[in-house]
Design a protein around this ligand. Structure first.
Ligand SMILES: NC(=O)c1ccc[n+]([C@@H]2O[C@H](COP(=O)([O-])OP(=O)(O)OC[C@H]3O[C@@H](n4cnc5c(N)ncnc54)[C@H](O)[C@@H]3O)[C@@H](O)[C@H]2O)c1
Length: 277
């Protein structure tokens, strides 16, 4: 039966940034297919909340959590070693962690999201997590997947902004001068486009050892944003609405399982059609 290809029983999946809005959904998707899931993020407290939510929802016990900062190579190696010591092989890696600061536009505050004001410190910090973090985790966990030739899957979570530029009109605030209008920061575009390059690179690098790599590019997820923003963004989407948080689960299940076993190096854009309009 073709649906058996989605079965992840016996596989272990590690999700980075898994205490966030989508990270917990990716973990749920993998649990639905029978995988053992390792939740990683930077805060013990938010990880604990994600773990108990998923344990209740799926009636499973003892989901493993690890505090892991994806920008810290030593920390990643330590987590990898601790899993190896427990006899756990990571078969699936979901590079999901990111710092996506909310665009502010607060009155009286210099709009630091604008390119002219964007600090090198923020550039380095956001790239360290969103892009370097995916490189470091792929390096550490991908190496282990390739080592015994049993292979594995790396899934990079990019964004619809990996294939087009942000429409800065979405973030405009009335009454602010042009040089104070908030924007989606440059780092977002650079990180997401960079992840697609990383995806293609990894797809060929360990292909003969059975490691596949693809990217998933979600469009905007509704999460209580203000009405104006939602209305404006929805008008740019042929389907006329933002995504709900669970609408990427099936794509994650497809990309992380044998259902996609001949797919490698691709970027699946799921954006209600925004990028084709
Ligand atoms: N939410 C959306 O609308 C949307 C749309 C397209 C793409 N995405 C992408 O999906 C992914 C998840 O987004 P989200 O909306 O769940 O964001 P989120 O902010 O809710 O979650 C991100 C998680 O990453 C964690 N994190 C931050 N720094 C870290 C570090 N150094 N090491 C490890 N973890 C760290 C945060 O603690 C947080 O739990 C991101 O890559 C984001 O760019 C989101």
């Amino acid at each position: 039966m073709q649906l058996d290809n989605f079965n992840l029983t016996g596989k272990t999946a590690l999700v980075t940034g898994s205490a966030g809005l989508l990270g917990i959904e990716h973990a749920a998707a993998l649990l639905e297919c029978g995988a053992q899931v390792i939740l990683t993020d930077i805060s013990e407290a938010t990880l604990g909340y994600a773990r108990s939510t998923l344990e209740v929802d799926f009636g499973v016990k003892k989901i493993i959590t690890k505090v892991m900062d994806v920008s810290d190579e030593e920390n990643i190696i330590k987590v990898s070693n601790s899993l190896c010591a427990l006899g756990i092989r990571v078969d699936i890696l979901v590079n999901n962690a990111a710092i996506d600061p909310k665009v502010s536009g607060d009155e009286g505050v210099t709009e630091t999201s604008r390119l002219e004001h964007f600090s090198l410190e923020q550039w380095n910090l956001q790239i360290a997590v969103g892009l370097t973090g995916a490189f470091l985790c792929s390096k550490v966990f991908g190496k282990e997947m390739a080592k015994d030739c049993l292979g594995g899957v790396i899934l990079n979570i990019a964004s619809d902004l990996s294939v087009f530029s942000p429409d800065q009109r979405l973030y405009r605030k009335q009454g602010l001068s042009e040089d104070m209008q908030p924007v989606k920061p440059v780092t977002y575009s650079v990180i997401k486009a960079g992840l697609i390059g990383l995806t293609r690179y990894l797809a060929t690098y360990w292909a003969t050892e059975g490691v596949r790599c693809n990217a998933l590019s979600p469009g905007g997820v509704f999460n209580g944003q203000n009405d104006n923003f939602v209305k404006h963004l929805s008008s740019l989407i042929p389907m006329g609405r933002m995504a709900s948080r669970d609408e990427y689960r099936s794509a994650v299940q497809f990309l992380c399982s044998d259902a996609s076993r001949y797919m490698n190096g691709q970027n699946i854009v799921i954006d209600g059609g925004r990028s084709v309009w």
